[in-house]
Design a protein around this ligand. Structure first.
Ligand code: CO
Length: 416
């Protein structure tokens, strides 16, 4: 029996040797083909310098664009477009892909004509030009922006089978500007100062009340994103940027700041962006974005295309500080494994997490769960719904589940 066993092993080894030889032959043929293609490609030449004075992505990336949800189209001016999170890497959102949310379209403002009025409960009311503002100390900081309504449609069960639509009201840039606290210091706050009214120069007269404590906690008046001037749809030539707060607090095209002792109760903080409770009352000024994460590879737009090693990755963020951990579950939240957090890990900024895994065609229920430095843990849908109530639409930070089928197809499903 032993001898037969050894003989079988020897035959097996022989077969392995001949497979290796034929693979070596295939590899050599593939290398020859690649070299021929390379020299053909080189003979074609290329586009000249300044073919485009302002460069654009390769035409092969034409599908990587912002999108609107086709059936959700109030008006073209008051709408939202979503960032293609499934097609991005790292943590920075390219300026042309930053999500948009306008209430009356993006106005066209000449920078030399723009003014910022600061008045109300201040010792020295002032009108600032952009040049005036740039004389103050300038700072560049990485922060995410997320709409309070990101994921709003998913509260009552999956509505969108695409991470672009379930999570794409989320972007992250390096923002450059001056600190709001430095501007307020120049004007001199009066003792009763407790709230600011921040008003845009857009057609909606968009205005929001901001508690002074948030204004002093890293809020910026921003004129650049990712190294260049703000894009018109991001508030050119000047916007407010309130790190960690719901996007609607970061007023674009900002033209007026009034200091007062109480909130103004504008439409956009009462009828909108307030969290309706089951008892008919509403929570107002819920501004901080809570700890949240989502897997972007794989996701419905990025199915698993072959068996073997997979490079799972996603994004995590918290409006309250740094991300300290992201755990990933392959079985719908029964077992969890820690993902690797990729540097840099910055406060109130997107953090990229990664976790390679082997896949042999088994069904998966993929989830990610983030923890921030305050100890807050991303909730399940059951926990989030019991906390916020089913009448709310804003601040959905619940754990999202992707079902991976045996053919690699990924579908958004609900697990409580
Ligand atoms: Co809110």
């Amino acid at each position: 029996m032993k001898a037969a066993g050894l003989g079988a092993f020897a035959a097996g080894a022989g077969a392995f040797a001949s497979i290796t030889a034929s693979r070596k032959g295939q590899a050599a043929a593939a290398a020859d083909t690649a070299l021929v293609r390379l020299s053909e490609k080189r003979r074609q030449g290329g586009r000249p310098v300044l073919a485009e004075a302002y460069g654009r992505p390769s035409p092969h990336e034409a599908n990587v664009v912002r999108r609107v949800i086709p059936w959700m189209n109030p008006t073209r001016e008051s709408n939202v477009s979503f960032t293609p999170l499934h097609a991005l890497e790292g943590i920075i959102t390219p300026n042309g892909l930053h999500f948009e949310r306008h209430h009356a379209g993006a106005p066209d403002i000449a920078p030399q004509e723009h003014r910022l009025l600061v008045h109300g409960l201040v010792e020295r009311p002032r009108v600032f030009t952009l040049e005036d503002l740039r004389r103050l100390p300038v700072h560049s900081r990485f922060h995410f922006l997320e709409c309070a309504g990101n994921g709003a449609l998913e509260w009552r069960g999956p509505q969108n089978n695409a991470v672009q639509f379930t999570h794409g009201m989320l972007s992250c840039c390096q923002w450059t500007g001056v600190l709001l606290k430095d501007v307020l210091k120049l004007c001199g706050l009066k003792r009763k100062a407790a709230w600011l009214l921040c008003e845009a120069a857009d057609g909606a007269g968009y205005a929001r009340s901001l508690p002074l404590e948030h204004a002093l906690n890293g809020a910026m008046l921003v004129f650049a994103q990712n190294g260049e001037a703000l894009r018109p749809e991001q508030g050119y030539p000047l916007r407010l940027l309130c790190p960690g707060l719901e996007g609607a607090a970061s007023v674009k095209w900002i033209a007026r700041i009034e200091v007062g002792d109480a909130p103004w109760m504008t439409r956009e903080e009462t009828a909108r962006y307030a969290d309706l409770r089951p008892d008919g009352k509403a929570r107002l000024f819920t501004l901080e974005m809570e700890v949240k994460s989502v897997i972007t590879h794989p996701c419905p737009e990025n199915p698993l295309r072959r068996k073997g090693l997979q490079q799972l990755s996603g994004l995590a963020w918290s409006g309250r500080g740094r991300i300290v951990a992201v755990d990933v579950s392959f079985d719908g939240g029964v077992n969890w494994q820690p993902a690797r957090l990729e540097e840099p890990v910055l406060p109130r900024c997107l953090t990229r997490f990664r976790l390679p895994f082997d896949w042999q065609g088994e069904e998966l229920l993929l989830q990610s769960r983030a923890v921030d430095e305050t100890g807050a843990v991303q909730p399940t849908y059951a926990q989030a719904l019991s906390d916020k109530g089913e009448t709310g639409i804003y601040h959905n930070n619940a754990i999202t589940t992707w079902h991976v089928a045996s053919d690699g197809k990924v579908t958004h499903v609900r697990l409580d």
